[in-house]
Design a protein around this ligand. Structure first.
Ligand code: UGA
Length: 439
């Protein structure tokens, strides 16, 4: 089939290459000429395992191309809308300007061309899809909107796109919606053939499924982090606790890793946008709950800074801290709303000299602007440090031999912000080990 993907950020670029991998002819479109030039040359604007290989393979096979011209979308059976919905500059709401701009530009290009499907994948506040569908009809009466949210995780983006755990269609009522679902079924045929669960519903439910899923994940993390505080106060161990409650499959083991909290381009901005939208709709309790999840999450960052000050301060002025990890999680170079960088920056604010290292070089780019010194290795980051903070659980850090750092640091104090290290091993090497909610 012919497929266009509008917006070639994290979601769109991976979606475009993955749709080509499923056998479709795909054009990826973005207004950012630099990004399009990079992708066309087989270069990836971000680090994502497996993506570079897939991109080059699909480009070489001629099934994937990129363009800055919306006209290139015309003639496709399905147009996937994959533009970003970041947090607004002046509020907690989602900034929908890119979604509207992309839709306007696509609508103008389509005009009254033959029947086609527009599949919205961006995360939007409930009510957006219906408004977009009405707008689309004004310019392109033969185009039908489906809301088809995406659940991919960074670090597993290719796998999650090609082997999603579910597919959700928010459909226009009646035959038109059913027709559009049939077209999307053909695009996703290899995925559906594996009996991937598919939920057909209305626009509003599809929009809410996405933000509810991310909110629930965020809630699990903030829940366990709040418990971790009580564990710290009592000497209990949150890792053992999470393992024990997670055996109950009504609770589940996943997303109960206590630590410095969640970051990234999705969870934080999605719970804030959802809280804003819920409040507008009279859902005050939900708005409050989401606000509390956010506060607990941000509290983990300040709590970690206080821990550093308790261990090596209280005055941090002139103290040297080595930070391992800048990305918001391992296997990505994404630093959007990264707890690791936020903590590093807060330590600088308190007068500390902070050096940082991340295996993904691009994750270090924002450091200098925050007064944090980027370095090229673990040794360089921890050299002369009074405390070492492991803030992103990259395999390189989990596998570190603590004894090999003994001669480099000034103080053997380690804060394991992700409860990812082998505490016994670090203690055996003479380190004063501190996890989050662990003894
Ligand atoms: C998240 C969701 O997991 C995806 O399902 C969703 O599609 C995506 O947002 C999106 O909306 O596009 P992602 O942002 O890639 O995916 O990251 P997660 O794997 O969810 O991790 C988010 C943050 O939570 C990270 O900072 C991670 O370190 C933290 N985390 C995760 C914890 O602190 N504890 C945990 O137990 C799990």
């Amino acid at each position: 089939m012919r497929v266009s993907v509008i917006g070639c950020g994290y979601l769109g670029a991976v979606h475009a290459a993955s749709m080509a991998q499923l056998g479709h002819n795909v054009v990826g479109i973005d207004v950012d000429a630099k990004k399009i030039a990079l992708l066309s040359a087989g270069k990836t604007p971000f680090y994502e395992p497996g993506f570079a290989e897939l991109l080059r393979e699909c480009l070489a096979e001629g099934r994937l191309s990129f363009s800055t011209d919306m006209a290139a979308a015309v003639g496709a059976d399905v147009h996937f809308l994959c533009v970003g919905t970041p947090q607004s500059a002046d509020s907690l709401a989602a900034d929908l300007r890119y979604v509207h701009a992309a839709m306007d530009s696509l609508g103008a290009a389509l005009g009254d061309s033959p029947p086609t499907v527009v599949a919205g994948k961006s995360t939007v506040p409930v009510g957006t899809a219906r408004a977009l569908a009405e707008k689309l009809k004004l310019t392109s009466p033969n185009a039908t909107l489906v809301w088809n949210p995406e659940f991919l995780r960074e670090g597993f983006a290719v796998k999650d796109t090609i082997q999603p755990d579910r597919i959700v269609y928010g459909l226009a009522p009646g035959g038109e919606g059913q027709w559009a679902a049939g077209v999307l079924d053909q695009v996703y045929a290899p995925i559906l053939a594996r009996e991937t669960p598919k939920i057909e519903t209305d626009y509003e439910t599809a929009e809410l499924v996405k933000v509810s899923a991310n909110s629930f994940l965020a809630m699990k993390i903030s829940f366990i982090n709040a418990i971790a505080r009580v564990c710290d106060a009592t000497g209990a161990n949150v890792k053992d606790l999470a393992g024990a409650i997670g055996i109950d499959d009504r609770i589940g083991k996943k997303f109960l890793r206590a630590g410095i909290g969640f970051g990234g381009g999705c969870l934080p901005k999605d719970i804030r946008a959802f809280a804003t939208r819920a409040a507008q709709l009279g859902g005050e309790d939900l708005a409050e709950l989401l606000g509390q999840i956010d506060r607990i999450n941000l509290g983990q960052r300040s709590w970690t800074v206080e821990l550093v000050s308790r261990l090596v301060g209280p005055d941090l002025a002139g103290k040297t801290v080595g930070v391992l990890g800048a990305a918001f999680k391992p296997d990505t170079d994404d630093t959007r709303d990264s707890p690791a960088l936020a903590i590093a920056a807060a330590l600088v604010q308190r007068g500390a000299i902070v050096r940082i290292y991340d295996p993904a070089e691009a994750a270090l780019l924002p450091a200098a602007g925050l007064g944090v010194e980027p370095t090229g290795s673990v040794a360089a980051a921890v050299g002369g440090a009074q405390a070492v903070l492991v803030l992103t659980e990259w395999a390189e850090f989990k596998e570190l031999d603590p004894a090999s750092l003994n001669g480099l640091v000034e103080g053997r104090t380690v804060i394991d912000g992700r409860n990812a290290l082998d505490a016994q091993r670090w203690r055996a090497a003479g380190w004063d080990y501190h996890g989050i909610g662990t003894r």
